[in-house]
Design a protein around this ligand. Sequence first.
Ligand code: FMN
Length: 204
Amino acid sequence: MSDQEQVTIVYVHPWTGSFTHAELESVKQTLDAKNQPYSVIDLYADDFDPIMRANDLSVYGNGDFKDPMVGRYIETIQKTNKLILMFPIWWLSAPAMLKGFFDKVFLANHIINFVDKEPVSHTAVNSAMVLSTSELTNDEMFKGYDGSVERIINFPLESIGAKQVTWHNMGDIIVAKRPALEAYLKQIPEFVNAFVDDGVMEEA
Ligand SMILES: Cc1cc2nc3c(=O)[nH]c(=O)nc-3n(C[C@H](O)[C@H](O)[C@H](O)COP(=O)(O)O)c2cc1C
């Protein structure tokens, strides 16, 4: 079952020296090892322009777009069953690059329509996994701020069809020592295997 599903990683980090990049390498190795097909959308490597400009917004209401990269991303997301988002927490949210991806790519008639304010997805997405990093501890991030950090990311993911969003955060990262970082990295294959092998589609 899982080998027929399409996994897409949306990777959001500018620096290959980052912890998020080390996680990406582990995610890819794990997927390769299980012969799981996947695509990577690397927003910084693609030099994606996350800014919604006047010409983008002038056609947004019709579900249209001006940025050709948006068309490519739409095609990938429409075919995706399992979506993995990877990014550092910046100002209690995602980097602007990811926010711009939601703004410009999650378009009406292509990815998501709201009918009577209820989301109707045009994608095959059934579940999502978030791999993030933060200076805050997990308790501070998930239990503080009235849960707003999770909500900001989960809302677009659930709207496009994710019935389940699994979130793993490497918290306390600035003070974390090498053994803790290495121990967390060793868990990545486990996270990926559990996510990919999860039978959400079979239950649907
Ligand atoms: C612009 C910026 C804003 C940040 N804001 C937060 C924040 O609000 N909360 C937090 O816990 N960490 C914050 N951080 C720290 C990052 O989360 C941390 O540097 C990152 O998770 C380290 O992982 P990486 O090596 O994958 O980048 C911020 C870092 C930057 C550069």
